[in-house]
Design a protein around this ligand. Structure first.
Ligand SMILES: [Zn+2]
Ligand SMILES: [Zn+2]
Length: 372
């Protein structure tokens, strides 16, 4: 069997056994078995992750190749013959493919060691759930001795044969917030004796939408989304408390800090307007994935003839690959995997599918960065 066929089988095996963040034990066993079978010495790291080094035939840099490992809490509805065997869990983002790509890469590298330096395979758990696995992997030494780190994400928005790669922001800083409003509850017929937390929450949501439209420069991209709003128990009682949760997406620390300040200010002042109080809990999440120029130029050059490299608009999604790029040079790439037939479902959909022809391209994309 060729490595191009093998990578598809790896992916299907892994697709059957999705596990949630920091629970990737079967997944790690699977990787472990293959890597030890190849004669490598993997090392457990980052909770449920692992690293393994492959030495080339001559001195050179140490290049880390990262694959994330976790699935999502979803019930799969693709109808694929190799669908999830784990109830309530699904590889609906493509991380099964990322691991398969790196496994097949390992096969190729072990078979023919004509490359300089060392390749560190970096299998990282828990990308999907902040604070994520990358931080822990780094804290435990995953980047020690590493000169550069590369990663990719299978991308359902681009067709197979297209790759998105550019310098600067690729993915957003992703934060979350909770606003707790405290008013004064009472009888639905006597509003004059109350401070209606539901009304204040509604005003707060509306006012928050003026941050991007009226505080952020038009040239800076940002999103403020209120995802939930909860308050009250029954139709004829005015709610005493209400809670709003949401997410903030930005590309620069300056805009991020501006928005954090504005959320605090608007929440408190809106509540004060109605003689109530609000408390804001703001949690910074993954930083933005920002690709350095040099590595992007080199990788783009090497990808010539393999895929069409386009300069994509950044994604407002978050990725903890950002932490590696804060520590080391490297690059992150979107690899087109849009199904050629049927509807395309977004990442994180229970119907999410990829075109598996993207997988060998992923292996080759990494292979080319290693073979200087
Ligand atoms: Zn995802
Ligand atoms: Zn993902």
């Amino acid at each position: 069997m060729t490595w191009k066929e093998q990578v598809v089988l790896y992916r299907r095996d892994l697709h059957r056994i999705p596990e949630l963040a920091f629970q990737e034990l079967k997944t790690r066993d699977y990787l472990w078995q293959h890597l030890t079978h190849l004669g490598l010495r993997p090392q457990k790291m980052g909770g449920t992750g692992l690293i393994a080094d492959i030495a080339g035939d001559r001195p050179g840099p140490c290049v880390a190749i990262r694959a994330d490992m976790d699935g999502l809490p979803l019930a799969e509805e693709t109808g694929l013959p190799f669908s999830s065997e784990h109830e309530g869990a699904m590889h609906a983002c493509g991380h099964d493919g990322h691991m398969a790509i790196v496994l097949a890469l390992a096969d190729r590298l072990v078979e023919d060691r004509r490359f300089p330096g060392t390749v560190r395979l970096l299998f990282q758990p828990a990308e999907e759930r902040p604070p994520g696995g990358a931080k822990q992997m780094i804290a435990e030494g995953a980047l020690e001795g590493v000169d550069a780190v590369y990663g990719l994400h299978l991308w359902a928005e681009f067709p197979v044969g297209v790759a998105g790669l550019k310098e600067g922001p690729m993915m957003a800083n992703a934060d979350q917030f909770v606003i707790r409003i405290r008013g004064q509850g009472g009888h639905g017929s006597q509003p004059e004796a109350t401070k209606d937390a539901v009304l204040i929450a509604a005003q707060t949501v509306v006012n928050l939408q003026t941050i991007v439209s009226r505080r952020v420069r038009p040239f800076d991209a940002a999103v403020v989304t209120c995802g939930t709003i909860h308050g009250g128990h029954i139709f004829n009682i005015i709610a005493e408390t209400a809670e709003i949760t949401g997410t903030v997406r930005t590309f620069s620390p300056a805009v991020q800090q501006l928005i954090e300040r504005e959320i605090e200010r608007i929440a408190q002042r809106t509540a004060a307007l109605y003689d109530a109080t609000a408390e804001v809990e703001y949690q910074t999440g993954y930083p933005a994935v920002v690709n350095p120029e040099r590595e992007v130029a080199v990788w783009t050059e090497r990808l010539r003839g393999l895929v069409d490299v386009i300069r994509p608009e950044p994604s407002m999604g978050g990725e903890d690959f950002a932490y590696y790029l804060q520590q080391r040079p490297g690059a992150f790439l979107f690899l087109g995997a849009k199904p050629s037939e049927g509807a395309t479902f977004p990442h994180h959909s229970p119907h999410f599918v990829i075109d598996e022809r993207a997988l060998p391209l992923g292996v080759e994309a990494f292979y080319r960065i290693i073979h200087a």
